[in-house]
Every structure is written in C-alpha cells, then in structure tokens.
Design a protein around this ligand. Structure first.
Ligand SMILES: *[C@@H]1O[C@H](CO)[C@@H](O)[C@H](O)[C@H]1NC(C)=O
Ligand SMILES: *[C@@H]1O[C@H](CO)[C@@H](O)[C@H](O)[C@H]1NC(C)=O
Ligand SMILES: *[C@@H]1O[C@H](CO)[C@@H](O)[C@H](O)[C@H]1NC(C)=O
Ligand SMILES: *[C@@H]1O[C@H](CO)[C@@H](O)[C@H](O)[C@H]1NC(C)=O
Length: 434
C-alpha cells in the first residue's frame, strides 16, 4: 500500500461528517489556513476542554493478526500506526484491510465490544490539542484547527489553557468508563492549575458524551469545577441520518468508497445505534424509512434491524438507548448553538432494492443538512428544568460541520469565554453583519 496522494487526502476530510458541498471552504481554510495574527493578549482566559464528535479524533493501532482478509494487508506491526485517519482506506484493497483493523466485534452474551482479533487500539494525545486539530499526521484533514487558531489569537495556550479530550468514538459511554474518569481528572487538574472553573465545549455526538458525563456528576462537583457547557450542533433527539447510514451506508460524496462498502465500517460501531432518533421525543407515527413493503417508525427498530440483516444493531441500540435519551438537564450553564435553515432529510424513501441501494427520495425538514432542527432544539427544554441559564442560538444557513469553523460562531464562543453577557437568539451566517 503506497501513500495515496494528496488529492485523496484532501477529499477525505469531506468524508468526516458530511460536508461535500463545502469542500471549497476546507481547501481554503484548512489546507491554506489564514495567517494567525495575534489580537488581544490576555492571561485571564478560563480553562477550556474540547470534546470532539464521532470520527473526530485520531486513533492508533498495533496489529499481530491471526488471519488476514487479503494477502496484501499488513499482518503485524512493531509500532503504533494511524488507524484513523489512515490513507490506505482510499485504496481498493486498503479499504478492506482498514475495515478489518478498525471494526469492533460485538458479543450479544456479554453485550460488550472488542477489537478485531489481534488488533490493539489506542487514543493518542489525551489532554492535548493535536489529535482533534488534524485527524492525520500530514495535517490535511483539519477539524478543530481553525477554532484553535482563533483561541490562540485571543490568548489561549494549547495543551495548557485549552486541551482536547479525545476518545474511542467507536464506543458509546457504557463501554467507555475509563474515559469519564480521565475527563474528570482533566477538569480537576485544569481547575487546580488555573484557579478558574472550566468550560466544556463539544461538537455533535461529543455533546452527548458531555451530557452523559455531567449527568453522572453530583451538583456539588459541577458547581465547584464547571463554568459552562458550549454545545455545537448536538443531535439531542438523535439523528435521522443514522438510519440511512446503517441501512444502506453513506460515503458522504467520496468517490473512492461506495456506500455499500463503507456500510461495513459504519455497522461496526455501537455509537451509530446510540444516535438513532429517540423514542422519547419523536412522534410515534413518524415514518423514518419508507419502503414498498413497510413504513418504519421508531417503534419498529427491532424489525428494521432484522430486515437490514444487522441484528447486532438491535442489541447495541438496547444497550445504549437510555444513556442520554431522557435528556436530563446538565445542571450547568449551557450555550446551545446549532445551524438551521438548510433542508435536512427526516424520511428516506427506498425502492424494492432496500437496503442495498441508496434511497430514491427524501422528505425534508429544517436543519443543518445532517441533523434536523427539531432534534437540535430539544436543549430549549432545559430552560425550565435547571436554575443555571440556558442560552440557545440558531445560526441560519450554517451546515453541521461548518459550525466548528464559522467566524460568527468562533466570535460568539470568544464572547462566552470572555464573559460577555449578550447572547443573540439567531444569527445569519450568510449576511455580512453579525
Ligand atoms: C461471548 O462471550 C461469552 C462469555 O465470555 C463467550 O462464552 C462466547 O464465546 C462469546 N461469543 C463469541 C461469539 O465470541
Ligand atoms: C502539545 O503537546 C504535544 C505533545 O507533547 C506536542 O507535540 C505539541 O507540540 C504541543 N502543542 C503546542 C502548541 O505546544
Ligand atoms: C407508507 O406510507 C405512505 C404515506 O403515508 C403510504 O402511501 C404507503 O402506502 C405506506 N406503505 C406501506 C407499505 O404501508
Ligand atoms: C438503562 O438501562 C440499563 C439496563 O436496563 C439499566 O441498568 C440502567 O440503570 C438504565 N439507565 C438509565 C439512566 O435509566
């Protein structure tokens, strides 16, 4: 497997969370970032911990495999190598090697996942910012890098006052207990070191991780250590897109991997079933998947998993469905920010080739192109459920992944961190003014 070249590396960023239409933005801002010019220097920045979304930090592997899916795959490595993002996944055979390394094996008896036989996986750089700034070592697939540059300009110091909390995003919180211990220690360390309460900032599925964490901390601990929670693009009521991902796969516009191929990888994580539209908030009769033979609502998940020949998914969903689905208020001040104003599928319509072909039609609702605004807006309910303030800002015209880059969002995050009170309810990212 040789390196697959820079063009495909640039394209792979689009694979991350579904932003094919904004790749021009990526090339300009990620590959050729604007020069960072220092503005205000301040040593009063409150400590900040960033929790990335699904697929949003590096993973590394070391292998000594009993069997191979193809003779060209590596069998054994002496050192840790990048598993995510691994450029080999863009090669015709490499993708099979990669899937066989990154997949999880789910055991229905123990209800636990383990790595593929002979594969060890680790999350590099806990507490540092590099594993969430760029997802590859060539610094091509940027994620939190633009935000980090903005934070550095206003006085933050990477690895000190702003730190990353990456995790094994293949696993839901029920199988990631150690992570929450480490996150708690990181919060306490930063509080003790800087003498100020800590802000938690998360994107997409990372917001559910933070909610789960806060839901399991006593309020005395939260009052002592946490200043607030900034949530960006959280699918609070689940993401309808997950159904398509699990049913027929979704390559998000990458030409080198077919939807059906990437489905193999997408079906191996327990985090995808965790993010299915919740039964608590969606109407029981809303059809998420329509086929010529059946209309599936959120009451039909068991049948759906059987019909798409992915019964493990049903068990994974049962294991994870109540982790955060009741949306218990976090009990800290919240800034809930998300994109609206972009048509987002809430029903996928398939023909008789379901689930082995893409949907043939869609029913749209308002959203950020990945998650609908009904789901993301569910944070509004916390306003009546906790004493600490809940601020909701909708960004008109802002896509799901762009929320971590957009200048108006970054300015608003800066305002929050600097303690400025004004929180607009709505901001149009398509207009020049703010
Ligand atoms: C699942 O775990 C049980 C208990 O450890 C074990 O006996 C069984 O062989 C495992 N199943 C598979 C398919 O590995
Ligand atoms: C953060 O820490 C990592 C690991 O020690 C290091 O490679 C990186 O250069 C540090 N970043 C900054 C900006 O100091
Ligand atoms: C699914 O719902 C649509 C729209 O209500 C309806 O026209 C169709 O007949 C239903 N299909 C099945 C198989 O029930
Ligand atoms: C979720 O379900 C599991 C198993 O049924 C149970 O042990 C656990 O207490 C539940 N958690 C919540 C938050 O309800």
């Amino acid at each position: 497997m040789g390196p697959s070249g820079h063009i495909s590396s640039v394209l792979l960023v689009a694979f991350l969370l579904g932003l094919h239409h904004s790749s021009g933005f990526w090339i300009l801002n990620v590959v050729f970032p604007p020069n960072a010019k220092p503005e205000i220097q301040t040593n009063s920045t409150p400590p900040l911990i960033i929790v990335p979304g699904n697929l949003g930090n590096r993973l590394e592997a070391k292998i000594d495999k009993p069997t191979l899916v193809h003779w060209m795959c590596y069998k054994k490595t002496d050192n840790w190598f990048p598993l995510w993002i691994d450029l080999n996944m863009f090669m015709p055979i490499g993708v099979d090697c990669w899937i066989d390394n990154i997949r999880l094996v789910y055991n229905r008896t123990t209800r636990r996942s383990s790595n593929s036989p002979g594969v060890q996986v680790r999350v590099p750089g806990f507490g540092q910012t590099y594993p969430i700034e760029f997802l590859d070592s060539n610094k091509l697939a940027g994620y939190f890098h633009t935000m980090m540059q903005h934070l550095v300009q206003v006085g933050y110091i990477q690895n000190e006052t702003v730190r990353g909390a990456p995790y094994d995003w293949r696993l839901a919180p029920n199988e990631n207990a150690d992570y929450f211990t480490k996150l708690q220690e990181l919060v306490e360390d930063m509080f003790n070191q800087h003498g100020k309460r800590v802000y938690l900032l998360a994107h997409s599925m990372g917001c559910h991780y933070v909610l789960y964490f806060l839901n399991h901390q006593p309020s005395t601990w939260k009052d002592k250590y946490i200043r607030g929670f900034i949530s960006l693009g959280a699918p609070w009521g689940g993401a309808v897109k997950t159904l398509r991902v699990l049913a027929s796969g979704e390559n998000d516009g990458i030409p080198m991997i077919s939807n059906i191929k990437i489905r193999e990888e997408q079906r191996m994580t327990t985090t995808n079933p965790w993010m299915l539209p919740s039964q608590e908030f969606w109407p029981k009769d809303h059809v998420f998947i329509s086929t010529p033979t059946f209309n599936y609502t959120n009451q039909d998940y068991k049948r759906l998993f059987t019909d798409i020949n992915y019964e493990d998914g049903w068990y994974m969903w049962e294991d994870t469905k109540n982790l955060t689905s009741d949306l218990l208020a976090p009990g800290v001040e919240v800034w809930c920010m998300y994109g609206v104003g972009i048509p987002t599928p809430i029903t996928y319509i398939y023909n008789e080739d379901f689930p082995n072909e893409d949907p043939v039609d869609f029913v749209y609702a308002d959203g950020d192109d990945t998650v609908d605004s009904f789901s993301m807006g569910l944070c509004k309910r916390w306003a009546g459920q906790q004493e600490k303030p809940v601020h909701v800002t909708e960004y008109r015209g802002l896509a799901h992944l762009d929320i971590v880059f957009d200048e108006k969002v970054l300015n608003q995050i800066q305002n929050i961190l600097e303690g400025k009170a004004d929180v607009p309810k709505s901001i149009d990212v398509r207009s020049g003014d703010n």
